[in-house]
Design a protein around this ligand. Structure first.
Ligand code: FAD
Ligand code: NAP
Length: 582
C-alpha cells in the first residue's frame, strides 16, 4: 500500500530482501548489468537515485546536450537486432534521443521490474561471516546481496564550487548535470555561465539564442573542434547497418574503442604544407577524430605544438574581436583536458550580447544578490548556469559509506587516490565490483563499449563463481599494487598526464593528484582482462571454490578477443606492453 512521507509525497514500504546481486545505478552500465544477470538466472535488484533510467542522459538535460562520439558507435553492440532496429536521427544525437534509447533498452529487455527508482544507496557493508553485502538506502531499505555492483558512473557527482555569497543571489542557479526536467526559458534574461568545458561549450550557443545578455566566466580556455553535426538520411543508415558488425569489430580494435580514420605518421615527419593540409582535412571531418590527424599528437610536445597553433589560428579566424579571440586561445597541450566538440561555440562570441570574462588570474570573488563579482566588477545576471563539471571517477563512490573487511572503508583506502585491480575490484572489498572503475579505460574510451566489456567480463566471472561454488572473490594486494603502478607508469608517456584536468582529480580542491583512467588503450586492457580470466582469475583469490584452476566457461567475453589494430598502435600502447604488470 502506498504511504506518504512528511511532505505528503507518495512513498513505498522499505524493503528487506535478499538477492544474488544488487546493482547501484541505472545508466547504461546498470541496465546492461541487469540484463546479463537476468540472463544468467541470478536474482538482482537495481537502485537508482533518479526517477528514470539513462543516468547521464537522465540528468544532463541542458540545452545543446548531445554525445560527441558518433551515435552509430555510442550505442550498445551486444545485440545485432538492436543495432538493426534502432534509428539514430543525427550523427551526434541529442540528449532526448539518447534518453529515449535508454528507455527503449529498459523496455525491450524487460528490465524495469527490477529497478527501484528515487532511491539513493547510502551504505554498503561487507559481512565477513556470510560473505554478503548489506545495502542500505535513503528510503530505509536494508537488503542483502552476495555481490554489490557499482554502476554509479564516472561523471555523475556534480561539482559545485563553494562560491562566496551563493545564498545571497536572488535568481536561480542551475547545474548542467542536474538540469530541470521541465526545461528553462532564458528569454528576456541576463545569464551568467561559469565554466568552458564540454557542457558549457554545448549549452552556450543555445543559451545565447534566448538570453538578452550572456556573460561567460572562463578560467581555462578550451580546445574545441566543430562537430559538423548532421541529420542521418535513411539511405546512409541503411548502408551503415549493412556493415554494422564490421564497424563494431573495427571499433573494438581501436585504443579508444570507437573507429575513425587515424594517421599513424608522426606530425614532424611531414612538411609544414603537408601538415596544414592534413589538419585542414581533419578539421573538415571535425569532432574527436581531429586528434587522429597524426599518430604522436598526444605524445610529443613539439608535434602537439603544431596542431595547437593550427587550432588557435582557427579561433582567430572565427572570432572577430582580437582581444576576445586571444582570451579564447588555449595555451596548454592540445587535447590534454578532454577535447570539446561544438556547434558554433566560438562564433557565439561574435554576437553583440555575449561577453567573455577572464577569471584565470582573478577568480570569481563572490556572488551578490544581483550578480557575480570578479576583480571588483559586478556583472549583473538574472540566472546562473554552473557548468562546473563533476567530481570525476570517484565522486559517486565517495557519497556511499562502503565498508569492507575489518571495518575499513573505501574512502579510507582511497584517501591517497583510488586503488583497484583492473579498475574492476579493490582488495579488502570482496564481491564488490565497479563498472568502468578507476584504472580501467572508461572515460578514455567510448564509454558504452567500455561498459559492455566490463559487464561481459563480470557476467562470466559471476557465472564461473557459481560453477565452482566460490563464496567470494577479491584481488590480491600485490597484483592490485602492480596494476595501479602500471596505470600510473603508462600515463606518464602521454602529454595528458601533464595538465590540471579532471582525469587527475585537479578540478576538485584537496583531491590527491592521480591519473585515474587507464591510458594504455582499450584492446591492450581487454587483452589483460582476458588473460586474467583465462588463467582462472590470476591476481584474485576465490574463497571456497571447488577448484581454483578450472578454466572459466566463456559465455560473453568471446567477442572482446580482438587484436590491437596494428595501424594505430600508439606510444601508450607500446608503453603498456613494455611496462611490466605482475
Ligand atoms: P551514469 O550514466 O552516470 O549512471 C550512473 C547512475 O547511477 C546515475 O543515474 C546515478 O543517479 C546513479 N547513482 C549514483 N550513485 C547512486 C547511489 N548512491 N544510489 C543510487 N543511484 C546512484 N561518454 C562517451 O563515451 N561519449 C559521449 O559522447 C559522452 N557524452 C557525455 C555527455 C555528458 C553531458 C556527460 C556528463 C557525460 C558524457 N559521456 C560520454 C560519459 C557518460 O557518462 C557515459 O558515456 C555513460 O553514459 C555512463 O553510463 P554509466 O551507466 O556508467 O553512468
Ligand atoms: P568540465 O570539463 O570539468 O568543465 C568544467 C568547467 O568549469 C571548466 O571550464 C572549469 O575550469 C570550470 N570551473 C570549475 N570550477 C570553477 C571555478 N571555481 N571557477 C571558475 N570556473 C570553474 O565539466 P563538463 O563540461 O561538465 O564536462 C565533463 C566531462 O563530461 C567532459 O570532459 C566529457 O567527458 C563529458 N561531457 C561530454 C559532452 C559531450 O560533448 N558529449 C558534454 C558534456 C560533458 P578549469 O578548466 O579551469 O577547471
Amino acid at each position: 500500500m502506498a504511504q506518504e512521507n512528511a511532505a505528503g509525497e507518495a512513498t513505498r514500504p522499505a524493503e528487506n530482501g535478499t538477492f544474488d546481486a544488487v546493482v547501484i545505478g541505472a545508466g547504461f552500465a546498470g541496465l546492461y548489468m541487469l540484463h546479463r544477470l537476468r540472463g544468467l538466472g541470478f536474482t538482482a535488484q537495481v537502485y537508482e537515485a533518479g526517477s528514470g533510467v539513462g543516468g547521464t542522459w537522465y540528468w544532463n538535460r541542458y540545452p545543446g546536450a548531445r554525445c560527441d562520439v558518433e551515435s552509430l558507435q555510442y550505442s550498445f553492440s551486444f545485440s545485432e537486432e538492436l543495432d538493426q532496429e534502432w534509428n539514430w536521427s543525427e550523427k551526434y544525437s541529442p540528449q532526448p534521443e539518447i534518453l529515449a534509447y535508454a528507455n527503449h533498452i529498459a523496455d525491450r529487455f524487460d528490465l524495469r521490474g527490477q529497478i527501484v527508482f528515487d532511491t539513493r544507496v547510502t551504505a554498503a557493508t561487507f559481512n565477513e561471516v556470510t560473505d554478503t553485502w548489506l545495502i542500505e538506502t535513503d528510503r530505509g531499505d536494508r537488503v542483502t546481496a552476495k555481490f554489490c555492483i557499482m554502476a554509479v558512473g564516472c561523471l555523475s557527482a556534480p561539482n559545485r564550487p563553494a562560491f562566496q555569497g551563493k545564498s545571497d543571489f536572488r535568481g536561480p542557479i542551475y547545474h548542467t548535470g542536474e538540469w530541470p526536467h521541465e526545461g528553462v526559458d532564458f528569454g528576456g534574461l541576463r545569464v551568467g555561465v561559469i565554466g568552458t568545458g564540454s557542457s558549457a561549450i554545448q549549452s552556450i550557443p543555445m543559451i545565447a539564442q534566448q538570453a538578452v545578455q550572456l556573460t561567460v566566466f572562463q578560467r581555462t580556455a578550451t580546445w574545441s573542434v566543430p562537430a559538423w553535426n548532421e541529420a542521418l538520411s535513411a539511405e546512409y543508415l541503411k548502408d551503415a547497418k549493412a556493415h554494422y558488425p564490421a564497424l563494431r569489430a573495427k571499433a573494438r580494435a581501436r585504443p579508444t574503442g570507437f573507429y575513425f580514420p587515424f594517421n599513424i605518421q608522426p606530425a614532424l615527419q611531414a612538411s609544414s604544407e603537408e601538415r596544414e593540409q592534413q589538419y585542414e582535412a581533419a578539421w573538415r571531418r571535425g569532432g574527436l577524430p581531429f586528434l587522429g590527424a597524426y599518430g604522436d599528437l598526444l605524445f610529443d610536445k613539439s608535434a602537439n605544438d603544431t596542431i595547437a597553433e593550427f587550432a588557435r589560428q582557427k579561433i582567430r579566424d572565427i572570432v572577430k574581436n582580437p582581444a576576445t579571440a586571444e582570451l579564447l586561445c588555449p595555451h596548454n597541450v592540445f587535447g590534454c583536458k578532454r577535447l570539446c566538440v561544438d556547434t558554433n561555440y566560438f562564433e557565439t562570441y561574435n554576437l553583440p550580447h555575449v561577453k567573455l570574462v577572464d577569471v584565470s588570474k582573478t577568480p570569481i570573488e563572490r556572488f551578490t544578490k544581483d550578480g557575480i563579482v570578479v576583480d571588483g566588477t559586478e556583472y549583473m545576471v538574472d540566472a546562473i548556469v554552473s557548468a562546473t563539471g563533476f567530481a570525476a571517477m570517484t565522486g559517486s563512490f565517495d557519497k556511499i559509506k562502503i565498508t569492507g573487511r575489518s571495518g575499513r572503508t573505501l574512502a579510507e583506502k582511497w584517501s591517497g587516490g583510488p586503488r583497484a585491480y583492473l579498475g574492476l575490484a579493490s582488495e579488502g572489498f570482496p564481491n564488490l565490483f565497479m563498472i568502468t572503475g578507476p584504472g580501467s579505460p572508461s572515460v578514455l574510451a567510448s564509454m558504452i563499449q567500455a561498459i559492455e566489456q566490463h559487464v561481459d567480463w563480470l557476467a562470466d566471472c559471476l557465472g564461473h563463481m557459481r560453477d565452482v561454488a566460490a563464496n567470494s572473490i577479491e584481488p590480491l594486494r600485490e597484483n592490485e599494487d602492480a596494476w595501479v603502478a602500471h596505470v600510473n607508469d603508462v600515463s606518464m608517456v602521454s602529454l595528458r598526464s601533464t595538465c590540471s584536468s579532471w582525469y587527475v582529480g585537479a578540478n576538485i580542491p584537496g583531491r590527491p593528484r592521480v591519473f585515474m583512467p587507464y591510458i594504455g588503450g582499450f584492446p591492450v586492457y581487454v587483452q589483460k582482462c582476458n588473460e586474467v580470466m583465462n588463467s582462472a582469475y590470476d591476481g584474485f583469490v576465490l574463497k571456497g571454490a571447488r577448484s581454483n584452476n578450472a578454466p572459466p566457461r566463456v559465455r560473453f567475453t568471446e567477442r572482446w578477443h580482438v587484436p590491437l589494430d596494428i595501424e594505430v598502435i600508439s606510444p601508450a600502447a607500446v608503453a603498456a606492453k613494455r611496462v611490466p604488470v605482475v
